[in-house]
Structure formats: structure tokens, C-alpha cells
Design a binder for this molecule. Structure first.
Ligand code: ARG
Length: 457
């Protein structure tokens, strides 16, 4: 049964019905659809547009539908065009005449705009909570590894020594920004479109402020044409989700490298790894790879929706139905990735000694050796050249700077004294970097305090 059969003399072609129908995916927001309808009839009754008796009959019917869907006694029918038709038809079957008054002063255009906003708002809150969990796990590693020295890289070449705490701190900042983007989107989108009708409002004396407050919006939207055709918040959402995935993907890439046989900085727990059907020795970082791989489909959703929206004249057009599967898939993908990634971090082992010896053997203290010379009056450009010679010497002998004898140091520059060893020890190199944002323990402790406050820990 169609909601709009009156004007038609022929049945819809079966393929047309299937092509047009959205019930297979918009059933995802049955809860929001019912919530919106309850608010709508509550407002209609307050305004005297609907009797209080009809209001109560409708609300009871809707609550019955909700519990029947949730306990599995009511199944979504593929014969219905969409979730809105499904619920309205079911209501009419249950409560009769009163059910036919539900759609007074409403169109599916403002109804779907509302449902999608309510759904997105709920999901934004869930994504925010998952980001907070991830940040809590990251912070734990930051607190535990203030003195776990490792090489910091540029160009994937060992550059200067840092700590694992500092490295994880970089991701803390990224996911902190992601949360603030989610929060911005939530506050910008939080205006209620219900009451906009098909495109031009309605002739009923609706109280849109009241409906908005019942549904915990900050107020009603201010242009009915925009209300039914605004999908900006979904584009913003997909953009923020893409950024989250980009961060997770970079992090995954590092973990894949760190977990490799060559690096062995970390070991992914057995429970988060998979094996090979042919090579018995393998333990693969599939979760990190899948997270990295799934980034593509979230970016794809963003590009799809931008492209879908670019040629649509005002106001509602059916193209907009395409927003749903894309957004649902991207939201579910991000939620899955955040959950799995957090579990992987929580169970991962960090090989401190491997990280530390990697930092020692990669000349990550070369800059500090040059700074030592500068502190003894050598101009930086000359110091750079002298340390270059030291490095060349070490490469030939296959040793690190710390392994050179004082005579060998002094043969290259007489400025070097016994205290050079202390000056270029990993610990000194890191701990002297005490300005805020740097890896030194003193600076990191201040940052960790800030992170704790931010997470209310
Ligand atoms: N399934 C539709 C959508 O997702 C609902 C709105 C239908 N409105 C209409 N005028 N056909 O956009």
C-alpha cells in the first residue's frame, strides 16, 4: 500500500518499486522516526490541531510499534516504500481513524530531514565516546612510557631521539581535534527541521519552537526550503569521519612498520593478529591493515555525497535519498575501526630495549653532538661539518657515536672533552628538551596533566 495511491490508476512497476524504496536501509532509524512522530502529535494537540484523545491513541500505538520492533514481533516489510510509510500504515492498522491524523501538517520531506538529523546526532555522541575511549588508552601509554626512548623519524629516516610517550602524544592531539570537530558539527546542526512541510511550511498554526524543544534541539530551522534540502551536516560529518580515518590509518601504518620483523618495536597481541594458511611462521597485523584499507570507503562516501548534492536545485529531490547508505556505512565503519583499534592498542606490547637500541644506533644524537660544540664556541655550520665526519667514521667502523673513544673524538676535533658522553646520551638528548610540546619528561608531565583535565580523569 502506498501513502500516495489516490492520484494513480496503475500499480507501480515492481522494478520501479524496488529501485525507489528505501525501507531496506532507512529502517535503521525507526526509533528516531517514532520519537519525531510522538513530538509532532504532542505539539499538534497542544495547538488544538489534534484532540488529546487522538494524541494519546497515536502515542500508545507508536509505543506499541516501537516495542514490537524491538522484541522482534514486528518485521520490516519490503512492500513498504520507506520506514515512514511502514510505521504510519502499521499505526493505522493498529489504531484505525486516529492513526490517519498523524501526518497532519507534516511531509515526508521534513520528516526524513528530522529523522536523519536525530540519527546523526545520536551517532555523533557515540563516536565522541569512542574517541574518548581511544584517547584514554593513548594517555595510559603516554603515562607509562615517559622514559621509553625511541628514534623520532623524518622521511622515515631516524632523526632525533624522542620517547614513546611523546610519539603517542602526537596522536592524542589529532584525536582531540577530531572530537572538537564532532562537537562543532553537533552544535551547528542542532536545529529542528520539523514543521517545514514539503518545502513551504504549512498553513496549520504549528509551534515549531515547542517541537524543537521536545526533541532537544536548540530551536527551529529558519528557512523551510533549506530545512528539507540541507545535507551540509552530513558532508561535514563525512569530512570529520574521513579525518578520523586518516589519523587511524597513519597510526595503523606506523604500527604495521613497528610490528614488522625488521623493526620489532611492538608486538601486536595474538588476539588481535591473524595467521597465514600456508606460512606457519606468520602473525599478521590484519586489524591495522583493515583500518588503513577502510579509510578508502569513508573518503569515497564524502566524495559521493558532495557529488550527489552539487547539482540539486531547491528544494527536496529524490537524489537526497542517496545520503543514507553512504552515511550509515561510513558511521558504522568508523565506529568499528575506533573500537578495534583501541583494543589493539590496549593489548599491544612495547619492546623498550629494541626501541632504545634503535635510537642509539641511528645517530639520533648527532644534532646534540653539534650543539655540544656550539656550546663550546664552535659556529654551528662548522659543528655540523665536524659531526658529519664523526658519523662517517662511525659508519665505517659500524659503531655508534657513544662507542667512540675520547681520543677518536679529539682526533676529529680537540674541543671534545670527557663530558661529551653525558651530553649525547639518549637520556640527556631527550631530557634537555623541556619547552612545552617537546619530548623531555618535565614538558611531557605538564602535557599529560592537561590531557587528564581534558578527559576529566
Ligand atoms: N526515502 C526518502 C529519502 O530518504 C524519504 C523522503 C521521501 N520524500 C518524497 N517526497 N518522496 O529522501
Amino acid at each position: 500500500m502506498k501513502l500516495w495511491g489516490g492520484r494513480f490508476t496503475k500499480e507501480t512497476n515492481r522494478l520501479v518499486h524496488n529501485f525507489n524504496a528505501s525501507i531496506s536501509f532507512d529502517q535503521k532509524f525507526y526509533r528516531q522516526d517514532i520519537r519525531g512522530s510522538i513530538a509532532h502529535v504532542t505539539m499538534l494537540a497542544k495547538q488544538g490541531i489534534l484532540s488529546e484523545t487522538d494524541r494519546d491513541i497515536i502515542i500508545n500505538g507508536l509505543k506499541g510499534i516501537l516495542s514490537d520492533i524491538e522484541n522482534g514481533t514486528l518485521e520490516f516489510s519490503p512492500e513498504s516504500e520507506d520506514i515512514h510509510s511502514f510505521i504510519e500504515q502499521n499505526l493505522i492498522e493498529r489504531v484505525g481513524e486516529a492513526g490517519k491524523r498523524l501526518h497532519t501538517g507534516r511531509s515526508r520531506n521534513d520528516q526524513v530531514a528530522l529523522d536523519m538529523k536525530l540519527y546523526t546526532r545520536d551517532e555523533l555522541d557515540e563516536i565522541d565516546a569512542l574517541l574518548k575511549n581511544l584517547l584514554t588508552s593513548i594517555l595510559k601509554v603516554m603515562e607509562e612510557h615517559l622514559e621509553t626512548y625511541m628514534p623520532g623519524f623524518t622521511h622515515l629516516q631516524k632523526a632525533q631521539p624522542i620517547t614513546l610517550s611523546h610519539h603517542f602524544g602526537a596522536y592524542f592531539e589529532m584525536f582531540r581535534r577530531d572530537r572538537s570537530r564532532i562537537c562543532d558539527i553537533r552544535s551547528r546542526m542542532n536545529l529542528c527541521p520539523l514543521g517545514s512541510g514539503a518545502l513551504a511550511g504549512t498553513t496549520y498554526p504549528l509551534d515549531r519552537d515547542y517541537t524543537a524543544s521536545l526533541l532537544e534541539f536548540d530551536g527551529p530551522t529558519l528557512n523551510s526550503m533549506d530545512s528539507v534540502s540541507d545535507r551540509d551536516y552530513l558532508i561535514e560529518l563525512l569530512s570529520a569521519l574521513s579525518t578520523i580515518m586518516m589519523h587511524l590509518s597513519r597510526f595503523s601504518e606506523e604500527i604495521i612498520i613497528w610490528n614488522s620483523n625488521e623493526y620489532r618495536f611492538v608486538e601486536i597481541d595474538d588476539s588481535y593478529s591473524t595467521g597465514s594458511s600456508i606460512m606457519p611462521q606468520k602473525k599478521n597485523p590484519d586489524i591495522a591493515e583493515l583500518v588503513r584499507g577502510k579509510t578508502g570507503r569513508v573518503y569515497g562516501a564524502l566524495m559521493s555525497l558532495l557529488t550527489t548534492m552539487k547539482g540539486i536545485p531547491l528544494a527536496y529531490n529524490k537524489d537526497m535519498q542517496e545520503d543514507k547508505e553512504l552515511s550509515f556505512d561510513a558511521i558504522d565503519t568508523v565506529k568499528g575501526c575506533l573500537t578495534l583499534f583501541t583494543g589493539m592498542i590496549d593489548t599491544m606490547k612495547f619492546n623498550q630495549s629494541v626501541m632504545e637500541s634503535s635510537a642509539k644506533n641511528g645517530f639520533t644524537n648527532a644534532t646534540d653532538a653539534a650543539d655540544y660544540l656550539v656550546n663550546h664556541g664552535v659556529p654551528f655550520r662548522d659543528a655540523h661539518g665536524i659531526v658529519g665526519q664523526l658519523v662517517l667514521f662511525c659508519i665505517e667502523k659500524n659503531i655508534s657515536l657513544d662507542d667512540m673513544s675520547l681520543e677518536e673524538f679529539q682526533a676529529i676535533s680537540p674541543v671534545f672533552e670527557k663530558d661529551i658522553y653525558e651530553a649525547i646520551s639518549l637520556k640527556t638528548c631527550v631530557e634537555k628538551r623541556t619547552t612545552i610540546g617537546a619530548p623531555g619528561k618535565e614538558a611531557m608531565i605538564r602535557v599529560i596533566e592537561n590531557c587528564k583535565d581534558y578527559l576529566n580523569l
